[in-house]
Design a protein around this ligand. Sequence first.
Ligand SMILES: Cc1ncc(COP(=O)(O)O)c(C=O)c1O
Length: 375
Amino acid sequence: MFHPFHVEQFLSELEHGVKYNYSESGVHPMKVEELIKLTGLDPNTIWSTVLDYPQVNGSTLLREHIAKMYEGADAENILVTAGASEANTLVANTLLEPGDNMVAFRPIYEQLTGDVRNRGIEVRYVDLDPYNDWKIDPQALMDAVDENTKVIHIINPNNPTGQVVSQEERDAIIAAAAKVGAWIVADEVYIGTERDTDEVTKSFWGDYDKVVVLNSMSKAYGLPGLRLGWMVAPKDTITASWRRHEYATVAATTLSMRLAEAALAEPARGLLVERARRLIRTGFETLTEALKVHQGVFTVSPPKASAMSFIRFDLPVDSETLCRRLHAEQDVLVIPGSRFHVENHFRFSSALPEAHLREGLNRLNKVVGSILETA
Ligand SMILES: Cc1ncc(COP(=O)(O)O)c(C=O)c1O
């Protein structure tokens, strides 16, 4: 049976044309012009780029820039993909076979879990605790793994909750993987988007020998339209994924690789991360203020990273109804918790220009006011 990608289906059906869009997971995206200014790239580098097929596994320069972010890695540990999305598919294709199982945490952005289920492979979920900052129960994790567990999949920082694993949770994941010899597949696309610290979230790379890390230009760098991501893995796993990448897309695009080379060279990379954090921090403050308008309706575990807040609401409507009403009545788009299989929540992205954010929050509060009046 085919399992649709509930979040992406909701987005792709509704996001184009909506005026107040708070459903994206990244920060306000940049224009090519802004990126060129910020990186100091000579625009002629872009005009003179030959639109031939690029290096299939990613240009050497780009892979060298990426490898610098992962201690002990070199360019041969990197495969450049069409977004982290493709990297997720390659993981499913490379590491798992029928009869295996994968353990994952819920709520989750179900790109890898959905793909794995669609291949007829079992996914076992460990539920994160909504009343304790979405923490992992180490015993539940240990109970979920067995000798057929080939992958433990963690999104860190998490989508949709924005939480980051503690050292204790990290140790529990490594212990569970080591017990059964499983891979840890760490989707780290939100690293760099820390809200309450300047310390960068630690990668799983280097923590354990069987680790695959995924990342992308889409979140901390504000460049989702590049559709450029990567995988970091031991060299034989990179080779095996590269063989599958030749089937999937052949390569990411030539222009994206050029722009990503410029964006990941210092000081540009640092400046992009600073920009993302600035938007995330001010946006969350504005959101927090607006959520106080209707006392007792909203609660949120403040996200440690990312532009997203996974907000619990106490209203006599379900999350799909609330979000459909916001869309139909106020031209506002946020994602219902039901799309993450959690009720009474919605995901709201607030790393956006201030005035635009405030307008959408006023509109959200109007709909909440009218629900409360008729309750
Ligand atoms: C956790 C996670 N992984 C992967 C992706 C896909 O990222 P990309 O734009 O690099 O394909 C997203 C996008 O929202 C995401 O939230």
